[in-house]
Design a protein around this ligand. Structure first.
Ligand SMILES: NC(=O)CC[C@H](N)C(=O)O
Length: 389
């Protein structure tokens, strides 16, 4: 693809460009930080919860297209952070971000994005872009935000093409905690905000591959004292904390790449006799430890209304999802049960071993955003985690 080096954008108000590795260019208006951001361009279909999505560390290395056309209406606040800072590279929206209108708003999305160093673009035909991603798979791309309206398209195209892509990319180490810490907060309530820890009855050690705060709040709500430990913790580090159960978190990047250092630990956990629960990246790593493989999906699942069928009960749950890899069942050990399937494409959505001592889900039961109907999975895990088991 040949571009003029400094083309004239089609309108005067253009301050941002999205350039995909296939050469497509989408023009728009810049949001937040100025500069360039490169990553995999994916889409999320949730109608609410953009701040939680932008601060989900699983989006490291990705640029998020919001298919909901109105993003920014409810502003941002300190309560709706799902991690200390956004790990997503950037975001793409349809309509210009308007002034926030919500009693919980503390800052508008544009100012917040700027303060967080996050680059966005509005005015993009997100329906067309989403259809392109569905047709051709999630592409690599660059958002450039330049208030002077000057874009070096050949350089941006080269940046998009040179980015190696998420397959094989290890990102959990870039978002995990540096040191172990104790979690102290329970779920948010409209009449009092986040709650304080009650008298916990169990001790859960959570391996942080990029954990969302609402997972920790759910574990605490279910009665667990939670110690969060770095992704690179050894089996001995974890056992020294005397856990009643171990949680394996969600996280960014290719699970097979993170498995290069975490898999020996996960395998030992399987043999330890301890209750183990995994979500998303944690589920994928359990799948690898159980002999399965993980594969990159064509476009992934990202949204808040993904139907999943429970094969034991026949019940369908509507779930929150965010993943671009999936567990491939071939190779899974014989004693592993696949307990849930996606009703969108039949992909493996849950695994179980040893009568439920070890279980994992591809969905995000903690919601934030999404349906809260699956919070009971945290109760099940914490109730099953018992001292001296
Ligand atoms: N939310 C997650 O944990 C995502 C897991 C993995 N990075 C994927 O994209 O499939």
């Amino acid at each position: 693809m040949e571009y003029p080096k400094m083309p004239t954008p089609p309108r005067d108000d253009i301050t941002a460009a999205l350039v995909l590795a296939d050469g497509s260019v989408y023009w728009g208006a810049g949001i937040g930080a100025v500069g360039n951001a490169v990553g995999e361009v994916c889409f999320n279909t949730a109608m609410t919860g953009y701040q939680e999505i932008l601060t989900d560390p699983s989006y490291a290395g990705q640029i998020i297209t919001f298919t909901c056309p109105h993003i920014g209406n409810v502003g941002t606040n300190a309560d709706d952070m799902e991690s200390a800072r956004p790990a997503a590279r950037g975001f793409i929206v349809r309509e210009p971000v308007s002034a926030p209108s919500n009693w919980r708003a503390e800052q508008g999305l544009c100012d917040w994005a700027k303060a967080q160093g996050l680059i966005g673009i509005s005015g993009v035909d997100t329906r067309r872009l989403t259809r392109q991603i569905r047709r051709e798979g999630a592409p690599n791309g660059v958002i450039a935000h330049a208030p002077d309206g000057r874009f070096d398209l050949p350089a941006l195209l080269a940046q998009a093409r040179d980015w190696p892509g998420l397959q094989g990319m290890e990102l959990a180490r870039s978002v995990t905690t540096g040191q172990a810490y104790e979690w102290t907060q329970t779920l948010w309530r409209i009449d009092g905000g986040y709650g304080d820890m009650r008298a916990p009855t169990r001790h859960v050690v959570a391996m942080d591959f990029g954990i969302k705060y609402n997972i920790l709040r759910n574990l605490a709500n279910a009665g667990a004292r939670v110690t969060v430990v770095p992704a690179t913790s050894s089996f001995e580090d974890i056992m020294a904390l005397a856990p009643d159960g171990v949680f394996l978190s969600n996280g960014p990047g290719d699970p097979a790449a993170t498995a290069s250092y975490a898999l020996p630990v996960v395998r030992k956990l399987l043999e330890s006799g301890l209750p183990v629960f995994g979500i998303c990246l944690g589920h994928q790593m359990l799948g690898l430890a159980m002999g399965g493989k993980t594969v990159k999906m064509h476009q992934g699942h990202r949204g808040a209304n993904h139907p999943v069928k429970n094969l034991d009960t026949g019940r369908v749950a509507i779930t929150s999802m965010n993943h671009g890899f999936a567990v491939d069942r071939s190779g899974l050990a014989e004693d592993v049960r696949i307990t849930q399937l996606s009703l969108f494409d039949g992909t493996v959505c849950a695994l179980e071993m040893d009568g439920g001592r070890v279980f994992s889900v591809q969905q995000h039961p903690e919601a934030s955003p999404g349906p809260q109907d699956n919070f009971d999975l945290f109760e099940t895990f914490v109730a099953g985690a018992s001292s001296g088991a």
